[in-house]
Design a protein around this ligand. Sequence first.
Ligand code: ZN
Length: 369
Amino acid sequence: MTRKTGFVWHEIYMWHDTGTHAGVLPAGNPIQPGIHAENPETKRRFKNLLEVSGLYEKLVHIAPRPATDEEILRVHTADYINRLKQESASPRGGDAGLLTPFGPGSFEIAALSAGGVIAAVDAVLDGRADNAYALVRPPGHHAEPDMGKGFCLLANAAIAGRHALAARGLGRIAYVDWDVHHGNGTERVFWEDPRALTISIHQDRNFPPDSGDMSDIGGGAGEGYNINIPLPAGTGVGAYEATFDRVVLPALRAFRPDMIFVPSGFDAGAHDPLGRMMMHGEGYRSLTNKLLGVADELCGGRIVMSHEGGYNAPTVPFYGLAVMEALSGIKTEVEDPFMALLEGLGGQELQPHQDEVIRAAETLLERLK
Ligand code: ZN
């Protein structure tokens, strides 16, 4: 079955300047500054592989537009937005918060990034696309209402979710964040909001520090609607699939969202420099197919993915292509040359200590019933 898959891209996303760093360390540390960990390379190569594979021309191209102040204010504080605007107007750029440097003009690029996810939501709700992938930058899932974090300036997926609820009249939305890092920003935005189920599957104790525990289940009216599944370092495809089958899909079925958002980082892929998991292209294809199945059951197949992390330039494009092939139902002739290497890694199948974590997460489902 083929589907109309929307795709958001703009060249200027690649011009967001994170400066010269050694990974995440700025100049002034006892190490030669070079390329910042969050740079355009993996994203550009993902888009380029879509073109080379022939899939790009079969997608529904969605033009991004900047998110308005009113839309951004549904998530962020006025003080924070004003500070970003001021620093963005300076020839030196600024820093949005923890590990989030930016160059001149980055506020406008971040607004276009958030607006790109909004445009994807609108395209799906208006029926121009069945589902959509917004390949936006800078990323968003670590950004909190009053500060940036972890390379994220504005909370793209949360801003688009609030748009879906406030401007498009959806009753309930769900987030399935498979980036290797905790989706702390989305969690904080919707902490007390029972209209949003926020699920984050991440590497235990990676980033942000002290964030993403399973005991954090939301508060007030939102209690029970935040599910953190912190998987141990070294987790392979078997445990990811089990997590989806046993926790993510049952949670979605219990909650019955009108739209599913996927903050999509590919840093849980094997060989990622900022993660220690072992996902691969076929793994991402499998998770996408699982989500499509449950989205067909619950919400007319409506899935909007927004790009987050993923830092290994050779492999990320193949994870992205696998997801886009699954979303569109169009298999290209490109074969992932890394599969043989990555599926042969020891420990790809579910391990007992991973099973324990998933069993503990299964008990969170009771709160949804
Ligand atoms: Zn990440």
